[in-house]
Ligand binder design. Sequence first.
Ligand code: MG
Length: 255
Amino acid sequence: MRSTLFALLAIALALPAFAQQSMKPEDTEVWKPVPKVVTPGATDSAPPSDAIILFNGTNDNAWVSAQDHSPAHWFVHNGILTVNKQDGNIETRQRFQDYQLHIEWKIPKNITGSGQARGNSGVFLASTGPGDDGYELQVLDAYNNPTYVNGMGGSIYKQSIPLVNPSRPDGQWQSYDVVWTAPRFHPDGSLQSPAYVTVFYNGVLVQNHFQLQGQTLYIGKPFYKAYDRAPIKLQAHGDPSAPISFRNIWVRPLD
Ligand code: MG
C-alpha cells in the first residue's frame, strides 16, 4: 500500500515536468485580442491618430475656467497658449480617469524672480474641484533655480523629488509625457487603490510609477478625497514673474 502511495506521489511530482516537455511552442502563443492599429504622429511629440487634442495652436475651446466653468480666456497667439493670471486656472471640459498626456511648456526668456516665484505653473493631473489642491505635476523654472526639491520642476508637488533634472533654460520649449493611473475609491469614499504617475521630462524619466499619498497639498500632509472622473487643470500661479506658455497638448484615455 505504502509503496503504491509513493509511486503515485512520484508520478504526481513528475507530471508538471512531463507536461512542460510535451508542450509545443504554439501552446503559449496568444493571438487575440489583437491590439488596435494606431498611426504614430510624424514626430514622437506629434499626436497619434487616437489622441484627443487639447490644444493645437488655434484656440482654447477645450478649456474652461476652473472656478466657474465659463469659457477660458487665456491668450492664444502664434500657435501658443499663454497663462492669463487674471483669468485664473483653466481645466479641460472633458473628464478623464487613466490616461497618457503630452504637454509642452516654455518659461519666458529673461524670466525674473527666484525659487517658487520664477515661472510657477502646474499640470494638475486630476482637478478635483476649485477648493481642492488636486494632484500637481509642478511646472517651474528648474534651470539653476534652487528651491525645495520636492517642489522643483518635474516634482509631484511636495511628494516626490524628480529622479534627475533634465531642464532646459528659459526661452526654450520643454515637454512632459505623463502616464496617470487615477486613484479608485469604494462607494463609502474610502481608498480602494492609490494613484500612480510616471513622468518623462524632456524625454527623460523623472517619476517612475510613483505611488501618490493623496492630493498634493501646499500645507500639511497629503490625504485622499474620493472623486470619480476629473478634468486636467493648468495653473495660473500668482507669482509676479512673467506668465509661461503651453503648446501641443494631447491626451489618450486608457480606460
Ligand atoms: Mg505650481
